[in-house]
Design a protein around this ligand. Structure first.
Ligand SMILES: C[S@@+](CC[C@H](N)C(=O)[O-])C[C@H]1O[C@@H](n2cnc3c(N)ncnc32)[C@H](O)[C@@H]1O
Ligand code: SF4
Length: 452
């Protein structure tokens, strides 16, 4: 079974209250859960160089008008916060692109705008992605003074020949220096991104490399299997036989080995690609996986929130205009650069809840599910299916008193299980709609999850 998709980086943050208030329940005319709070993602779309494998929304311009960019980011942040009417922002993530190329004053201005339009608690997690280039590193201290309290360092590899092949704009020595400086500034709050499945990489070389990373890293590690993205230089090189990447069977062993190594070094896996010790989990990303609201600011950013200022009660999926120049013009003219808005149906919302939660080792709790779908529990929707039973019997999936989650083995095969789970969810929703039309009672009343 192909497990590669589950390692994909998300474009690219809160506790759960067991007794959700009536207004938080999803139903006709009611707001989805946690509509009064959100996290905020801000996309800085510029890079110094184009890495050979990357298909993120990034540009390598001759020069960036920092002042104009800052004005637009501030304006869009204010517009979208007002539109969402959220009272509280739980976390902020500056991603890219290379946001460590932005000026610390840009970061400070955005955070100030957040504070003016919503409550941003002092202890809120504020992460900045850092490329270990001298340009970004010189400003690390200034970034913390601007309000950043967590760094995510894009190490990718500690082998210079790999870094060169990937078109990275830094050396392994610079990566080590970046980790060390970031740890001095934000002890216990530094994450490193590492990729595996690189051209020419063997299981043994990957093991050695991961051990080296673990010798120098802080309390959080994100592991990403290299995805060959259509349209990238690396994709073409592999297509024309100029580079070879390890096959699925090898990357499956690499992933399994990495999980064991991380476990032996005291890291707890809490999501498909994420490992933490001393509880240093990424609160911002947990927000995505728990299907909480988030506001996306900047070219190409994605968001999921209820535009309450327009009287809406349903969550929307929103995408901002990709090209920085066009996005800036739109922000200057109308205050935001939202290119696409899609109102999320109940099915689309529940699909996201299920797919995102199953990425976490804790999976989906019955309480969290009931918040989004009070009409029927997980046992009712999935528990009767023979396919789901088979996944349980094969030891890949667990449905019990806690909720639904993947086993250790199952987490590596999540992508192959999702079509089955989504099929049963879709079947339930379409039956429910039919029953509503016919006025017959729902088969699963009351939202209580039967437990075996
Ligand atoms: C888009 S980058 C932005 C951060 C920063 N510019 C950097 O490169 O470190 C975020 C992370 O996505 C991961 N990533 C990007 N493209 C990928 C790909 N094709 N396959 C797997 N991971 C990828 C890398 O690990 C990277 O650290
Ligand atoms: S620096 Fe990061 S965002 Fe920029 S091209 Fe490389 S991987 Fe992509």
């Amino acid at each position: 079974m192909n497990s590669s998709l589950v390692f994909r980086r998300l474009f690219c943050s809160r506790g759960f209250s067991a007794s959700c208030r009536e207004s938080e329940l999803v139903g006709a005319g009611a707001l989805p859960p946690h509509a009064e709070e959100a996290s905020l993602y801000l996309h800085w779309p510029f890079c110094l160089r184009r890495c050979s494998y990357c298909n993120f929304n990034k540009y390598v311009p001759r020069r960036v008008d920092n002042a104009a960019m800052t004005r637009c980011l501030v304006k869009e942040t204010a517009t979208l916060l007002r539109l969402s009417r959220v009272a509280r922002i739980n976390s902020v993530f500056f991603g890219g692109g290379t946001p460590s190329l932005a000026s610390p004053s840009t970061i400070a201005a955005v955070l100030e705008t957040v504070s003016q339009n919503a409550h941003l608690p002092n202890e809120a997690e504020v992460t900045l992605e850092v490329n270990p280039t001298p340009t970004g590193m010189a400003k690390l201290k200034d970034f913390t003074e601007a309000g950043v309290n967590r760094f995510s360092v894009g190490v990718q590899s500690l082998r210079d020949d790999d870094l060169k092949r990937l078109g990275r704009d830094h050396s392994s020595w610079e990566a080590l220096k970046a980790i060390s400086e970031a740890r001095t500034l934000c002890p216990g709050r530094v994450s490193v991104d590492v990729m595996f499945g690189l051209p020419g990489q063997s299981v043994e070389s990957w093991e050695g490399e991961l051990e080296r990373v673990l010798d120098v890293c802080d309390d959080h590690v994100s592991l990403y299997q290299l995805t060959l993205e259509r349209g990238t230089q690396l994709f073409k090189q592999v297509e024309f036989g100029e580079q070879t990447v390890p096959g699925d069977d090898v990357t499956a062993v690499m992933y399994r080995t990495a999980r064991r190594i991380l476990e032996n070094r005291g890291f707890l896996q809490y999501e498909v690609s994420n490992f933490a010790k001393n509880g240093a989990v990424s609160l911002h990303n947990l927000g995505y996986w728990r299907a909480r609201q988030y506001i996306g600011v900047g070219p190409g950013a994605h968001g999921r929130f209820v535009p309450q200022a327009e009287g809406a009660v349903q969550r929307e999926a929103r995408t901002q205009t990709l090209e920085p120049d066009v996005w800036m013009r739109e922000v200057q003219q109308v205050g935001h650069g939202t290119r696409r808005r899609t109102r999320l149906t109940q099915l689309a919302l529940l699909e996201e809840v299920l797919v995102m939660a199953l990425r976490m080792t804790d999976g989906l709790t019955h309480q969290d599910w009931a918040m989004f779908n009070p009409d029927a529990g997980l046992h009712c929707i999935l528990g009767q299916s023979e396919d789901v039973l088979e996944l349980q019997e094969r030891g890949l999936l667990i449905l019990d008193v806690r909720g639904l989650r993947c086993s250790w083995e199952g987490l590596a095969l999540l992508d192959s299980m999702l079509p089955t789970l989504l099929f049963h969810l879709e079947k339930y929703i379409s039956n429910q709609e039919k029953q509503k039309e016919e006025g017959s009672p729902s088969l699963c009343q009351g939202g209580k999850s039967k437990t075996r």
